[in-house]
Design a protein around this ligand. Structure first.
Ligand SMILES: Cc1cc2nc3c(=O)[nH]c(=O)nc-3n(C[C@H](O)[C@H](O)[C@H](O)COP(=O)(O)OP(=O)(O)OC[C@H]3O[C@@H](n4cnc5c(N)ncnc54)[C@H](O)[C@@H]3O)c2cc1C
Length: 385
């Protein structure tokens, strides 16, 4: 199935030219080897790929021009990610994701001129890896209840506590860290967002091995870690607003590459599914329709967001994609069988099947997404807290 979007049924010359330029560049530059999943090799791979994109002029597509990005329209971003998926380029959900899609945009929105000048060029150029330190053993869905403590001492913040599920923390240079600086205040005035150097004395990182195999998610322990107050972004006790400020940058376009990647896989499943398995063929055909409808909704959401701050309906795309990914990988296991060559190995369907369980947890669980849709999109009464 050809992956193309047209505006009002026609392809404008500039968008067609943009697509051709993106396709040509990707065909010439996408690495032939798949990315290692974790560890130092994945760091080397991801930084090299980011560097290649930066040198080719394909880094920071959504970032404003004044900070070194390309300031592309949402339509151009969509076209880029269509071509990106079509070319089989490395998953954008890799170790550079937090820097490019979360920490970087947060600094653009709330950072000081010094913070921007130091960090943004390094993220774009593929020199550094960032990770996110928000979740704790007792604070995930209810992030506002986090307990990792930050005390202001002179011109430093002293951190004590424990974070968990910090993706790629073991290979990261920097962490966007959310800590409680005022235990007495309500969440909105109690937290601080700070740039944490991962080589600071007192930090211990312990990778967690998941059932899918890789150990890219980590626990991070902080024992009197001293961070200059100059690293605080958005002000002490203003961390909740800082953490929320980046939401307006995520218009679902990076997730689009993953979605399109899955719809292409469904085509392959359909091609491989024999005629003598009509029930499975029907299931996969339904997945094809499901993928197409999520894709159409995602385009509409992304394009609507160009003129307005994204609303809670992004949760519908997030939830639909998560459950779609789980259904696609389950269909593949049923099609090929658990011992098939396509299923076993680090890049096989077996890995993808196990890994897809995390889709309905990461970035807000399925239940939380359903709550958001119910309350903020459908306007239903709030559930019990
Ligand atoms: C692949 C992956 C990568 C991640 N990467 C990072 C990262 O880099 N940095 C980071 O900080 N965190 C990361 N996380 C953590 C992620 O944000 C949390 O796992 C997620 O927010 C859920 O929190 P929790 O695990 O504490 O579960 P809990 O919040 O304890 O939830 C447990 C169960 O209770 C349900 N539940 C909770 N509250 C409600 C409610 N109000 N209504 C209905 N049901 C409810 C949940 O849906 C879930 O089923 C990652 C997670 C995964 C899976």
């Amino acid at each position: 199935m050809e992956s193309q979007i047209t505006m009002k049924g026609t392809m404008t010359g500039s968008i067609a030219d943009f697509r051709r330029a993106a396709r040509d560049w990707l065909e010439a530059n996408v690495p032939s080897e798949p990315s290692p999943e974790d560890g130092p090799d994945s760091r080397t791979y991801v930084l090299a790929w980011q560097k290649t994109q930066a040198q080719g002029g394909w880094a920071g597509l959504a970032w404003p021009r004044e900070v070194g990005g390309r300031g592309l329209s949402v339509l151009e971003q969509i076209v880029w990610f269509e071509e990106y998926a079509r070319a089989g380029a490395p998953s954008p959900l890799n170790a550079s994701f937090v820097g490019l899609n979360h920490a970087g945009p947060t600094l653009i929105a709330c950072g000081t001129p010094e913070q921007k000048a130091y960090h943004l060029p390094r993220i774009l150029a593929g020199e550094v890896i960032w990770c996110q330190g928000f979740s704790e053993p007792g604070a995930g869905s209810d992030l506002g209840s986090l307990r990792c403590r930050g005390r202001v001492e002179g011109d430093e913040l002293v951190i004590d506590g424990h974070k968990i599920w910090s993706s790629f923390a073991d290979i990261a240079d920097w962490q966007e860290l959310l800590v409680r600086t005022d235990p007495a205040a309500k969440t909105s005035g109690a937290l601080t967002w700070v740039i944490c150097p991962m080589d600071a004395p007192g930090i211990t990182v312990r990778p967690i091995r998941t059932m899918a195999g890789p150990h890219k998610y980590c626990e991070v322990f902080y024992d009197s870690v001293r961070i200059p107050l100059a690293n605080v972004v958005g002000g002490v006790n203003q961390g909740w607003a800082t953490a929320m400020s980046t939401l307006s940058f995520e218009r679902g376009t990076a997730g689009l590459a993953l979605l399109i990647g899955h719809t292409l896989k469904v085509e392959k499943l359909l091609a491989d599914c024999p005629m003598n398995r009509p029930e499975l063929r029907l299931r996969i055909a339904r997945l094809r329709a499901e993928g197409a409808s999520i894709r159409a909704a995602t385009y509409r959401f992304a394009l609507d967001c160009e003129s307005a701050v994204p609303d809670a309906s992004g949760s519908m795309m997030r939830l639909s994609f998560a459950e779609f990914a789980q259904r696609v990988t389950a269909a593949a296991i049923d099609l090929y069988g658990i011992d098939a060559a396509q299923v076993v190995g680090a890049h096989g369907w077996g890995h993808d099947y196990l890994d897809a369980f995390s889709e309905t947890i990461a970035g807000g669980t399925a239940e939380i997404q359903r709550n958001i849709i119910a309350e903020r999109v459908l306007g239903l009464p709030k559930g019990p807290r």
